[in-house]
Design a protein around this ligand. Structure first.
Ligand code: ZN
Length: 67
């Protein structure tokens, strides 16, 4: 298997993230999701972000992967 990293799901937004050396915010997809998760635990009010949490400033191909 090529060492391209493994796929994980962002605990915050459930988006598939490639976990490798370049994944600064692993297992989160972004710093924002990491902060959201930490903030959620701090407030003890876990919530699932809506699709609106995605913003166009994320330079990745975002697919509508609704089940
Ligand atoms: Zn995320």
């Amino acid at each position: 298997m090529p060492a391209t990293g493994i796929e994980v799901k962002c605990p915050t937004c459930q988006k598939t993230v490639i976990w490798n050396q370049a994944s600064t915010w692993r297992p989160f997809c972004s710093k924002r999701c990491q902060l959201i998760d930490l903030g959620s635990w701090a407030e003890e009010s876990y919530r699932i972000p809506s699709k609106n949490e995605f913003s166009s400033d994320i330079n990745m191909d975002i697919e509508d992967d609704q089940a």
